[in-house]
Design a protein around this ligand. Structure first.
Ligand code: CTP
Length: 435
């Protein structure tokens, strides 16, 4: 069946040509050529579905929109048809459209996104009902159906909703995003708030984008290491771990199996990531080798985002060092093994792909120059050069990617987006078959 607009539409799609002509960015987007049916049901969170739609369009996805009758009390059809240049569908049996709309939309979708999904819709889906267009599409879709609940926490916690959700997720097609803990429309705080548009889009990209990372094992190290002087004192650095955690989160979202080996940080483990906590550089080294296997056969890529301490005290005192009125104290330190260089030396072929981070405090030019040297010395494929001021403890990073073919200067980016760029780089290596 043709996917041309079929007559019925709440707002005449006069801007159709304009709206559906993809921009250069949309043609290149990670969802380029993918069709998504966005079903919106009646919740105050429906405004977020407009933002999600824009982000999906920017990734190149082609959108059809279905509004439940109650959704229109929150967001008008004109908004959606204006943005997509396509009719917005409401009715299952509309004489203008014909009787097969639910089957037609489900069949031509690569993914059905139900956002927001109310408690009522979830209940009807769990029952296998098809009493409106949204429920009918969900029932006959063969593609993934992404359900994004939004409701008051008391409704989300209710045993009936719990039971419905349990039934729903047993359906292999259904994936759930959220809800998250936060303030809901009433001002109360609890679990029930709709996931943010960015989170929805990332999940869809992971569901639909190229499968280069599916089944691959990516090992990420993160955070500082702590080198104990005595039971209460240690040497460490200002790394927060955010970069490594962002990398682990993004790799897992794109289908990789991820092991995250982290020094002491206060961050939540990303969804579906296997986390190993360590304290010292020595402990990180042994956890890493155990994970990689001595032959390095157990990983497809290693990303060393950890700020590993270069030195540790020669001696760790068993009890607290006393001041003893001395005016100076000399600590003797000894070098830790450079873990990344050690893996670089041990690697015989092209696997695992090795990514390092070079943290410097010099000028931009000097930072890139030092990172080039470190890339060669440690025998890694990609070195991410960044300056301490631009990165430590922050949510953004300003980095340059240095590989054998040159340097790519990236502007200031959120760490999650920088993670996507690094993971894209690794995915390309897998796709080219060079790893
Ligand atoms: N690294 C490592 N083991 C160490 C020190 C560093 O594996 N003992 C890794 C880091 O995880 C990072 C890369 O090496 O990916 C570069 O770390 P960086 O601290 O920038 O460089 P160093 O080699 O320690 O050099 P310097 O501190 O002299 O700048």
């Amino acid at each position: 069946m043709s996917d041309a607009p079929r007559g019925h539409g709440s707002a005449a799609p006069r801007r159709e040509k304009l709206a559906i002509l993809p921009s250069a960015r949309e043609r290149r987007g990670r969802l380029s050529g993918r069709s998504i049916t966005l079903c919106v049901t009646g919740s105050i969170a429906a405004y977020k579905s407009v933002l999600a739609l824009r982000l999906l369009q920017r990734e190149g996805a082609r959108l059809e929109v279905v509004l439940s009758p109650s959704a229109e009390r929150f967001v008008g059809a004109a908004t959606f048809s204006g943005l997509t240049g396509r009719p917005v569908y409401h009715e299952m049996f509309d004489p203008d459209v014909g009787g097969e709309l639910h089957i037609d939309l489900a069949a031509r979708s690569d993914l059905v996104l139900i956002a927001p999904a109310t408690a009522d819709l979830i209940a009807r889906m769990a029952e296998g009902r098809a009493d409106d267009l949204v429920a009918a599409i969900a029932l006959c879709a063969k593609c993934p159906v992404l359900v994004v609940p939004a409701m008051h926490p008391s409704m989300w916690e209710h045993p009936a909703t719990r039971r419905n959700i349990e039934r729903l997720v047993r359906d292999a097609r259904v994936r759930l995003i959220g809800p998250v803990v936060g303030a809901v429309a009433s001002g109360e705080v609890g679990e029930g708030r709709m996931a943010e548009p960015e989170q929805i889009v990332t999940r869809i990209v992971s569901e639909l984008a190229s499968g280069a990372l599916k089944g691959r094992h990516i090992v990420v190290t993160a955070g500082p290491t702590a080198e104990d002087i005595d039971p209460v004192r240690f040497l460490s650095n200002r790394s927060s771990g955010k970069m490594g955690f962002a990398l682990a989160e993004r790799a897992a979202l794109r289908g990789a199996r991820v092991t995250l080996i982290t020094g002491p940080v206060s961050l939540t483990t990303p969804y579906e990531v296997h986390r190993i906590d360590v304290r010292s550089a020595t402990a990180m080294r042994s956890a890493l080798w155990q994970t990689l296997h001595p032959t390095l056969s157990n990983a497809d890529a290693l990303i060393m985002a950890a700020a590993v301490a270069d030195y540790r005290p020669v001696e760790t005192h068993a009890s607290k060092l006393k001041r003893n009125n001395s005016q100076t104290l000399t600590l003797e330190l000894k070098a830790n093994v450079d873990i990344l260089a050690e893996v670089g030396r041990a690697r015989a072929g092209r696997r695992p792909v090795l990514v390092g981070f070079a943290l410097e405090t010099d000028s931009d030019e000097q930072t890139v120059a030092s990172a080039r040297v470190k890339r060669e010395e440690k025998r890694v494929d990609l070195m991410v050069a960044n300056r301490a001021d631009d990165v430590l403890g922050r949510d953004d990073n300003r980095a340059t990617l240095i590989s054998s073919i040159g340097a790519e200067v990236l502007g200031e980016l959120p760490k999650l987006e920088l993670s996507d760029r690094i993971i894209d780089w690794i995915a390309r290596r897998f796709e080219e078959g060079s790893a």
